[in-house]
Structures are given as structure tokens and as C-alpha cells.
Design a protein around this ligand. Structure first.
Ligand code: HH2
Length: 278
């Protein structure tokens, strides 16, 4: 799908890009508490860059099923020193938030991408803020709210509904002044979706890639991997994460949001050497 001419956030999309996850949270589903102190999060960021991360995705609020929201003040205090230090180091940082205030503070501190699990619908100020900031955005699909989204997710046709939602969000962003080449989309694996919903989306990822924006995908360590296997906990889901990542790249995923950057990079290097660039 990707051609050598396409770029996102200044990065060529002629190979799958790696977005390393930095959760500055006490309660993230797979690594909560590992990087709650700024110095630990910054050290993790450095290590992820050394491991081959193209983008560092910094977040200060867990969106795992059942997570409690944090205040905007706490979220900002968690992420800001991390965003500033990693940006100053020259890393390309994305801010993973649904709050306009956090987006604005992070962009002022050097973040170059906004990653919003609500596709800029979660805060009435966020669409205008993102347009004014002029930075690329990642629009993710989520059904419901993190607190309750896994209670009983329902779709008539999950692929068509997620595709239609993302198409509408692309149009809303374009109408608000966000250039189309600054928009990436993400089906939101695990966000208001059963295992079957996730699998349908992964199998038909090419239908999202058809919308003309780069596809970002977060499958890393997610619960469907354990459910498809032997109920492994998040830290033991690397092998399944790699399998899902490779399968998704063949179907048009351009940017993989992952916890295990070095391992994913190695899997992609071997796979690409055999299969060629997708
Ligand atoms: N998944 C998570 C958070 N942000 N952003 C995008 N674009 N796509 C995703 O799939 C995605 C995301 C959840 O993972 P994680 O940050 O590791 O966990 P938590 O939300 O518990 O902090």
C-alpha cells in the first residue's frame, strides 16, 4: 500500500514505522507504574529510540477497559516534563490524550503529533486546537467510553461502521482546516470491540487503508491475543503481538504502536527481507 512518495509527520512511509509506547501512568494495562516518574519515562524514551522507534507516544491517562479518568492537571503534570525532555533530545513525540489542554501544553513543549483515541471528539476544543497547532493527527475509533466500552460492544457490520466513522472524522478534520496529508487513522483494536470485531478489522484493514490516510495500529499486548491463545497476561503476549503486527502490515498498516520496539523491529526486518516491502 505505502509508496515511497507518501509521508506522515515528515517520515517516509516506504517501510512500516514503529511508534514506541511510553505510559506515564500508574494503571496502564500492560506496563502501568513502570514509567510513572519522569526520569523513568525519559529513560524509557531514550531506550526506545535506541531500539529503533520512529515516534514516541507519550500518554498520561490509561484508557484500558474500566480505567478511571484522571484530571487534566494531573495528566499534564505527568506528561509535560517527559514530552519536553524527549523532544529536546530530538525525538519525534506524539501526545496520546483526549484533552485539548493537554494537547496544547504538549505541542508547546515540542510534541509533533496528536494521537487521540476519541478522534478529536472527546473535548469540544480539541478539533480547533489541532487545526490551529498545525500538527499531524491520529484519529482512532472507539465505541463508548473506556469505563464501560467492553461491557457489550455491538455492531451490525464492524468494518463498515468503523470505516464510515473514520471517513466522517477525516471530513470533519479537513473542514476544520487540518490538511488531509496530516491525518492518520486507527481502527482502535480493543476499544469497544470483541475478539471477533478485532479480527474482522484486522482481516479487512485494507478497507480502511482505502480511505487514503496512513493506518496506525495498536495490537501490542492487547487482551484478544491472550483470548486467542492460552489466556496469557499482557507481559506474555509478545509472540502474538508480533504475529498480529506482521499480518496487519500485509494489509496496509503503516505505523505500528508497540511496547516492544526492538522485537517488533527485528520481526519486521526479517519479514521484509523475505517478502519485500509491502
Ligand atoms: N491503544 C492504547 C492507547 N492509545 N492510541 C492509538 N492510536 N491506538 C491504540 O490502539 C491505542 C492508543 C492502549 O494501550 P496502552 O497505552 O498500552 O494502555 P493504557 O491505555 O492502559 O495506558
Amino acid at each position: 500500500m505505502a509508496s515511497t512518495l507518501r509521508t506522515f509527520a515528515g517520515l517516509a512511509l516506504d517501510r512500516p514505522l514503529l511508534m514506541g509506547v511510553i505510559n506515564v501512568t500508574p494503571d496502564s494495562f500492560s506496563d502501568g507504574g513502570d514509567a510513572l516518574r519522569a526520569e523513568d519515562a525519559i529513560a524509557r524514551g531514550r531506550a526506545l529510540v535506541d531500539a529503533g522507534a520512529d515516534i514516541l507516544d507519550v500518554g498520561g491517562e490509561s484508557t484500558r477497559p474500566g480505567a478511571e479518568p484522571v484530571s487534566a492537571e494531573d495528566e499534564t503534570a505527568r506528561v509535560l516534563p517527559v514530552v519536553a525532555a524527549l523532544s529536546q533530545m530530538g525525538a519525534r513525540v506524539s501526545i496520546d490524550t483526549r484533552r485539548a489542554r493537554v494537547m496544547a501544553a504538549a505541542v508547546a513543549a515540542g510534541a509533533r503529533i496528536i494521537n487521540d483515541v476519541t478522534a478529536l471528539t472527546g473535548d469540544p476544543e480539541s478539533l480547533g486546537l489541532a487545526a490551529k497547532a498545525g500538527v499531524p493527527v491520529i484519529l482512532m475509533h472507539m465505541q463508548g467510553e473506556p469505563g464501560t466500552m467492553q461491557a457489550n460492544p455491538r455492531y451490525n457490520d464492524v468494518v463498515a461502521e468503523v470505516r464510515d466513522y473514520l471517513a466522517a472524522r477525516i471530513e470533519a478534520c479537513a473542514a476544520a482546516g487540518i490538511a488531509r496529508d496530516r491525518i492518520a487513522i486507527d481502527p482502535g483494536i480493543g476499544f469497544g470491540k470483541t475478539v471477533e470485531h478485532n479480527l474482522s478489522l484486522l482481516k479487512h484493514l485494507d478497507r480502511l487503508a482505502d480511505l487514503g490516510c496512513p493506518v496506525v495500529l495498536g495490537v501490542s499486548r492487547k487482551s484478544f491475543i491472550g483470548k486467542l491463545s492460552r489466556g496469557e497476561p499482557p507481559w506474555a503476549r509478545l509472540a502474538g503481538s508480533l504475529a498480529a503486527a506482521l499480518a496487519s502490515v500485509t494489509r496496509g498498516a503503516c505505523i505500528l504502536r508497540v511496547h516492544d520496539v526492538a522485537e517488533t523491529g527485528q520481526a519486521l526486518a526479517v519479514w521484509r527481507a523475505i517478502e519485500g516491502t509491502p
